[in-house]
Design a protein around this ligand. Structure first.
Ligand code: NAP
Length: 473
């Protein structure tokens, strides 16, 4: 296993700029062949790459194999999208004679690649949101080179994957600058990448603090560029009373505990706040949730800094007014956190900040309302989220309709039943909700619409026939 990359240049953004026109003009089979070969190379070197990923992240071989499968699926899905055509051609309004407004010129609207994309890998998905993850796959599919800012939580893996990428580019006689890597050990490297004049867009997955700092740099450039940030999110899960008529409190608690504790809770889609009305079944649910979480398996977190932030956030939560801690982590045992709070304390303006802070780790806060009429006000008091989950809204009722409306206003994805961890890669997927979960809620970083972040519309008005003949269909 090579751990050193084939470093093509000290200035990968400049290399990407050189590769940009070649790649923008590439035909669908060329783009698809690259994406397919990148999936193949990951699969071919699966064993050593997964072993290295586990060594660096502690996420477990089974989970990492699944993540590698997902990453390959994603690369192939974008290859299929490119081959299906239509990625660049959007609309054609033929000319209509006569005076305006009915009369009009011929208008051909196309989407063109933005150019080199700076991509910040996520700490918690060493394959699916890293060197060959969804951002890279969607940017390459859109016709844009990518410069990856490697995440320090899996630096050796990033270099090993980058090495394989360079081999594929060489074999396909494509410019090495099509995929670059920045792996310096300080935030200055990422900052310099965002400020590099050859970079045309930024895709970021990480914390709100990091995202805001980099977004400000993107906006302060001499030529500001779009910044697509997927940030931290407190994802609500609202339990309607009907949920307990379909499933037992114990079964529901086991389902939630598994989702909260999965991968030490290091998922941006982990449910962070559960809202429910008081009652016998909810009380049993909370008791069983505490039992399950206290017994959940633990492993080291992704980085010492993430572990420290988790402990600090857990301590801040336990100090908040009205919060009652049932299960808590201690430095010697970085286990889950479960706390409860009454709805009146949760919605109280003076308590809002501490209770709404994302705790990146296996933490969940249960907000207990006096009755079901309190569910919607609690959800309304919450900020934007990547995903909102509703349990027990399967049957039509005024309460279900009210909660769907509130959830729709606050989240990019509204889930009925089940748990929100696990984001399917499909055409319809939306991973990105209102602020603060995303800086650009009109776009998604997962699913086939992810390409749209890196394409810009241009309309050709009354264009000559020779130009129209060469436009993508
Ligand atoms: P992070 O601290 O924001 O780091 C992410 C990347 O941004 C790293 O490469 C880091 O640089 C860089 N960075 C951070 N601050 C910077 C600054 N001021 N200037 C330049 N570069 C900067 O995030 P993390 O600790 O890896 O991940 C945990 C957080 O990410 C959680 O809040 C979690 O919710 C969020 N997250 C969100 C999603 C999603 O899909 N929305 C997915 C995963 C994680 P260095 O490499 O130099 O450290």
């Amino acid at each position: 296993m090579h751990s050193e990359p084939l470093l093509s240049s000290l200035d990968p953004a400049a290399d990407a700029a050189l590769a940009a026109p070649v790649w923008a003009a590439s035909c669908p089979p060329t783009r698809a062949a690259l994406l397919q070969a990148l999936a193949e190379v990951l699969e071919e070197h699966r064993e050593p790459l997964v072993a290295l990923a586990h060594e660096e992240t502690h996420l477990g071989v089974a989970r990492l194999n699944g993540e590698l499968d997902r990453t390959c699926f994603q690369l192939r899905a974008f290859a299929d999208l490119v081959l299906a055509g239509g990625l660049h051609a959007v609309e054609h309004d033929t000319a209509i004679g006569g005076p305006p407004p009915r009369g009009r010129p011929d208008m051909q609207r196309v989407l063109v690649p933005l150019g080199p994309v700076a991509m910040f890998a996520a700490s918690n998905f060493p394959f699916a949101f890293s060197v060959l993850g969804g951002d890279t796959a969607s940017a390459l599919a859109a016709g844009c080179p990518v410069v990856v800012r490697a995440h320090p939580a899996h630096l050796r893996l990033s270099r090993a994957v980058f090495h394989r990428v360079q081999q594929v580019l060489q074999a396909q006689r494509l410019p090495s600058g099509l995929v670059g890597l920045v792996d310096g050990a300080s935030v200055e490297h990422g900052a310099a990448l965002v400020q590099h004049p050859d970079i045309r867009a930024v895709a970021f997955t990480g914390s709100r603090r990091g995202g805001l700092a980099l977004q400000a740099l993107a906006a302060q450039r001499a030529v500001p560029i779009p910044f697509f940030g997927e940030l931290g999110s407190v994802n609500p899960l609202v339990v309607l009373p009907a949920a307990f008529s379909d499933q037992s409190p114990d079964a529901l608690a086991a389902q939630l505990a598994a989702s909260v504790a999965l991968g030490m809770g290091q998922f941006c889609t982990r449910p962070g706040v559960v809202v429910m009305a008081d009652g016998e079944a909810p009380r049993r649910f909370i008791g069983e949730l505490a039992r399950q979480l206290a017994a959940a398996p633990v492993h080291p977190m992704l980085t010492p800094a993430i572990a420290q932030s988790y402990l600090a956030a857990a301590q801040a939560l336990r100090r908040s007014a009205g919060v009652h801690v049932l299960v808590e982590p201690v430095p010697e045992h970085m286990g889950p956190l479960l706390a409860t709070v009454q709805a009146r304390d949760f919605v109280h303006p003076a308590h809002q900040a501490a209770l709404r802070h994302e705790v990146f780790g296996p933490a969940v806060l249960v907000v207990v309302c006096e009755d079901a009429s309190g569910l919607a006000p609690v959800l309304e008091s919450m900020a934007g989220a990547l995903v909102a989950t509703l349990w027990g809204a399967e049957a039509d009722s005024p309460l279900a309709r009210q909660l769907v409306a509130v959830a729709t206003a606050r989240a990019g994805r509204v889930l009925f039943g089940g748990v929100p961890t696990g984001v399917a890669v499909t055409r319809a997927q939306q991973h990105g909700g209102p602020w603060p979960s995303s800086t650009q809620p009109a776009f998604t970083s997962v699913g086939l619409h992810a390409c749209e972040r890196f394409l810009r519309p241009v309309v050709y008005q009354s264009a000559p026939a020779w130009l129209l003949a060469g436009l993508p269909t």
